[in-house]
Write a protein that binds this ligand. Structure first.
Ligand SMILES: Nc1nc2c(ncn2[C@@H]2O[C@H](COP(=O)(O)OP(=O)(O)OP(=O)(O)O)[C@@H](O)[C@H]2O)c(=O)[nH]1
Ligand SMILES: [Mg+2]
Length: 376
């Protein structure tokens, strides 16, 4: 650019020496135009440089976000795998050993696989179905090597889990939404609410918790602690007060504070089905009357370490209320993670979240693909 200016300056001097006024005038007019053009070019260069700089920073930001997404995904999968370590040991290692120990594929091999699935809490009916389909696939594809059976077994399990063609995302759109968390005592309701509140807040949602378990004082304090950890607000009454009244107040507060999601804890220790039904019905009536515009999610929390009992509980709750999703907690504490498969195939309710530890980050969305890859 400097060279360009020098040529102009030189040319101007030469013209004055020749004392050709017209030419000088013409030249000056041209010169002015050229200077103007140069200014435009300079502006364009600056503009282009700025655009390039902005583009570079966007690209860098995108790269960073992609990198973060990838890291989060890797982290998510590692955590899931760690959480499912016991199940992997109980299921995968056994399956691998059986497949390696057989020279050919026969009826006995299928019997052994069947036993491993049943003892991992996949459930008798579901296991039979998986093994029958596996037999047909092995025959169809003329599989001869027992170690090749694993790939087909994985596919069959994925197929069983995917049979339920539903959205596994929490039912919280459009806002406002209300999530009722139900389940028997000790399964992990309060812990799940804390973890879920934290995840939703991180997703940019304004979250409020209602302490609907008024059965014991400690339950309210425990939930308050989780609300603090998750950095969200909580509405609570004192011990022994009416749970439906707490939910009522929670709804009014959620409306006044323009919350996106209201998460309600409930008491689990109701001794019989009639009691449970009465208590939950009262809460549901309050929700219907006071918050008809809210998107509803009814999450049943079950404890994976209780195995077949978790399925029984789910069946009872399904009769009492409209469960829209299941949270399976304590998957990290059991070798029988196969219960996920039984739950879905026997109840036709999607497992939406899984608990893989006691920490605030230990609640994950359930994804068929990563789950099956983590256990088998
Ligand atoms: N390892 C493990 N522990 C969990 C998980 N979820 C909950 N827990 C533990 O299970 C215990 C019971 O959890 P709570 O959240 O109090 O269960 P709850 O259903 O609210 O129980 P009640 O209020 O008594 O009905 C606590 O010690 C939790 O730390 C999980 O995913 N993994
Ligand atoms: Mg609780």
């Amino acid at each position: 650019m400097a060279k360009f200016f020098d040529i102009f300056k030189k040319k101007k001097k030469e013209n004055i020496d020749e004392e050709n006024i017209d030419e000088i005038i013409d030249e000056e007019i041209n010169e002015e135009a050229v200077y103007e053009e140069i200014d435009v070019v300079k502006d364009e260069i600056v503009e282009n440089e700025e655009i390039e700089k902005a583009r570079d920073s966007v690209i860098q930001e995108d790269d960073l976000m992609e990198q973060e997404d990838l890291e989060e995904k890797v982290d998510f999968f590692t955590k899931l795998k760690q959480g499912l370590a016991k199940t992997r040991k109980g299921m995968t290692d056994k399956i691998d050993n059986i497949l390696k120990s057989y020279g050919k594929i026969d009826e006995e091999l299928f019997d052994e696989l069947e036993e491993i699935l049943i003892t991992s809490d996949v459930g008798v009916e579901t296991t039979m179905e998986i093994i029958d389909n596996l037999k047909s696939k092995v025959k169809e594809n003329k599989i001869k090597d027992p170690t090749d059976v694993k790939k087909y077994l994985k596919e069959e399990i994925k197929c069983t889990l995917n049979k339920l063609d539903v959205d596994r995302n929490l039912n919280i759109e459009p806002s406002p939404a209300i999530i009722l968390v139900v389940g028997v005592n000790g399964v992990g309701k309060t812990t799940t609410i804390g973890k879920m509140a934290c995840n939703l807040r991180k997703d940019g949602k304004k979250v409020l918790i209602a302490a609907g378990d008024t059965f014991r004082a400690a339950a309210i304090e425990q939930l308050e602690e989780w609300a603090n950890r998750a950095n969200v607000d909580i509405v609570a009454h004192s011990e022994g007060s009416d749970p439906a009244a707490v939910i009522y107040d929670g709804i009014q507060a959620a409306k006044a504070r323009k919350c996106d999601v209201l998460i309600c804890d409930t008491a689990g220790r109701l001794h019989n089905k009639k009691n449970l039904m009465n208590e939950l019905n009262k809460i549901f009536r309050v929700v219907e009357k006071e918050y008809p515009e809210a998107t509803k999610e009814v999450l049943l929390v079950v404890d994976a370490t209780t195995g077949q009992n978790a399925i029984l509980q789910a069946k009872v709750f399904k009769e009492v209320c409209d469960i829209t999703g299941i949270v399976l907690t304590k998957l990290d504490g059991t070798a029988k993670g196969g219960v996920v498969i039984a739950l879905q195939s026997e109840l036709n309710v999607p497992v939406k979240l899984v608990g893989v530890g006691e920490g605030i980050d230990d609640l994950q969305n359930f994804e068929t693909e990563s789950f099956v890859e983590a256990i088998i």
